[in-house]
Design a protein around this ligand. Structure first.
Ligand code: TPP
Length: 361
């Protein structure tokens, strides 16, 4: 019986695609909404994000950056969803969501957080971007809360919370969705199902066939989309945001995607998955797909594309130069950004640690 219900639920959530992996329209009704400006905006941002991510992994391998969580493969999910937001909205990213954060307004200086500098975690002027959440799923109730605050204030702001497949097995996921559903909080729960929670494949940590079907429990709309199709991501996130702004409450989006690399630079994916699979997944790559689309529908320009690659590399090099002029981390920051007025326990920990560093304890 249980299996039957799950099967029915998973069937309700057909994968939404606007273009297929060959860059051909699956749904022609979107044709009129896709302008050259939009396509170029998407392509440029995807290229910048991939260049950034590869450079970050490189820097880590050279010992110039601390541990880093790569997002290569997930660019369309992050860029497409972030571009659907209004500048006043709220973003709650995780450690893997630099492409979303940068697209929404953070600078490439975000990298400095991986060298322990607090600057990389600060929101840019005029943008509501929270520091990335590392404790899994804790940002979901926070996003629901921020959305409720916006609602109480009568503002039209919407919150978006990013999280992985593993996060949906955490209590905070369920609390966030339940709260948002009951109070119709204007929040979009944006899941990137990259199939793995560190080394644990999705089929080992849940019996649900999809993440989208988890929306059924909270009686909120659930959408399962192709997270490597930037058009599907953008247009479906837009719809969810519009529903939220119209007072219709939250949506759960499952963007089906893949991370090619390690969970973080601290682990070795060859230990827990077949690397052939990652190679095969390149066929479904979000950037290659957009390129194919651009070639199929006369948006492609060799010279423009070359220029974009050069600009991306130059912008990121400038950010790396700046990163390398930064002083080493300030140990006080570990303690000073927890509460506005630190509790005595935190104060005590800080004093003890500083003593330890001075060699006095
Ligand atoms: C509450 C909590 N438990 C465990 C961890 C250790 N941890 C860090 S990342 C991670 C896996 C998360 O996987 P997923 O939610 O799928 O996101 P992804 O890293 O794939 O983007 C775990 C278990 C943590 N950071 N927080």
């Amino acid at each position: 019986m249980i299996t039957k219900v799950q099967t029915e639920n998973s069937r309700q959530f057909q994968l939404v695609q606007v273009i297929d992996k060959d860059g051909k329209f699956v749904d022609e009704s979107y044709k009129s909404k896709i302008t050259k400006e939009l396509v170029q905006l998407f392509y440029r941002q995807l290229v910048c994000m991939r260049t950034f991510d590869r450079r970050a992994v490189n820097l880590q391998r050279q010992g110039r950056l601390g541990t880093y969580p790569p997002f290569e493969g997930q660019e369309a999910a992050q860029v497409g969803s972030a571009l659907a937001l209004d500048k006043d909205d709220w973003m709650f990213p995780t450690y893997r969501d630099h492409a979303a954060s940068i697209t929404f307004g953070k600078s490439y200086g975000i990298l400095s957080s991986w060298n322990g500098r607090v600057e990389g975690n600060l929101p840019p002027e005029g943008r509501n971007i929270l520091p990335p959440s590392v404790p899994i799923a804790t940002q979901l109730p926070l996003a629901a809360g921020a959305a409720m605050a916006a609602k109480f204030k009568g503002s039209s702001q919407v919150a978006i919370a990013y999280f992985g497949d593993g996060a949906t097995s955490e209590g905070d996921f369920h609390e966030g969705l339940n709260f948002a559903s009951v109070f119709k909080a204007p929040v979009v729960f944006f899941n990137q199902n990259n199939n793995y929670a560190i080394s644990v494949p999705i089929w080992k940590q849940m019996n649900s066939k999809t993440i989208a079907q988890k929306s059924v429990a909270y009686d909120i709309p659930g959408v399962r989309l192709d997270g490597n199709d930037i058009f599907a991501v953008y247009f479906e996130t837009q719809k969810a945001i519009e529903r939220a702004r119209a007072g219709e409450g939250p949506t759960l989006i499952e963007a089906v995607t893949w991370r090619y690399g390690a969970h973080t630079t601290a682990d070795d994916p060859t230990k827990y998955r077949d690397q052939e699979e990652s190679k095969k997944r390149r066929e479904n790559d979000p950037i290659i797909r957009l390129e194919r689309f651009m070639k199929n529908y006369s948006f492609w320009d060799d010279e423009w594309s070359r220029q974009i690659q050069e600009e991306a590399a130059a912008e990121i090099e400038a950010a790396v130069k700046e990163l390398e002029t930064m002083p080493p981390p300030n140990v006080n920051d570990i303690y000073d950004y927890i509460f506005e007025n630190p509790t005595w326990t935190i104060q005590q920990q800080k004093e003890r640690y500083l003593k330890h560093l001075r060699g006095e304890a």
